[in-house]
Design a protein around this ligand. Sequence first.
Ligand code: AMP
Length: 301
Amino acid sequence: MLHVDRIVDLRAACAEARAAGKRVGVVPTMGFLHEGHRSLMRAAVAATDFVVVTIFVNPLQFGAGEDLDRYPRDLAGDLAACEAEHVSAVFAPSVAEMYPRPSLTTVHVRDLTAGLCGEARPTHFDGVTTVVAKLFNIVGPCTAFFGRKDAQQLAVVTRMVDDLNMPVEVVGCPIVREPDGVAMSSRNAYLSDADRGAARVLSHSLRGAVDAIVAGERDGERIAALVRNTVAGEPRVELEYVEVRDAHELTSAVVLDGSVLIALAARVGSTRLIDNARVDIDGARVTADLGVGGGFPCNAR
Ligand code: AMP
């Protein structure tokens, strides 16, 4: 496995792979890799021939007062995980390598970034799209793998690629959950034992919402209220938002039909967590996707 921290070296490695007829896959991450990241690596290894994992805690996507300085890091562990997943190359650049001087250029996706997490984190998605655009320009034509855990990020990056004709195919992969249903996240490392237990209410509230839709509920506001009520029963968790949206356009879903995203963000202690469920409704037929793991037998109905 190649380990590079210079842009020129990654660009050359990807160009060489493509020249040899290989399909390039890329998995952008902020490191402290867990099973969710590893599922993206496995999808990339299965679908492409030269897989690059990028590890970069991108300062641009953290707001003032957020957790940039204490974000968990473990490069040695991350390299071992990438090696075990048969990744071809790891790109772990320094901040100075990615931003040798202040970037005067920002990639901004309108509308899709305005609500949901964009409300509390108004500069976050510009940071994400700017760094992902840089990575795509360095890697070149590729297939890029993102988790549906960050559903808004996936929608925003997909739209950026489409709007700007980037030579990239974006693939969304299922949310990977802990056995008790909590969505895996590098930020779970911040949680005390009590908060980690309390965090279960988030996935359980989504599960309740999905069950209600399967049982016939089609009112978006009533589904949101169901989630609010469930989360309110756990005093350690403060819901920031729950929204029921069209899964592609992220517009409000009032009467539920087609592809629906139920997305939430919450504070558990001082840690901000996000989670979501996707539901596809075709008349009385409902297909729910809460991800994998987590003992959610209602994934498909
Ligand atoms: P991060 O390191 O948190 O920036 O995440 C890097 C990539 O891994 C993003 O595409 C995330 O959506 C994805 N990811 C993070 N957690 C999970 C999870 N539990 N299941 C699936 N994908 C995930």
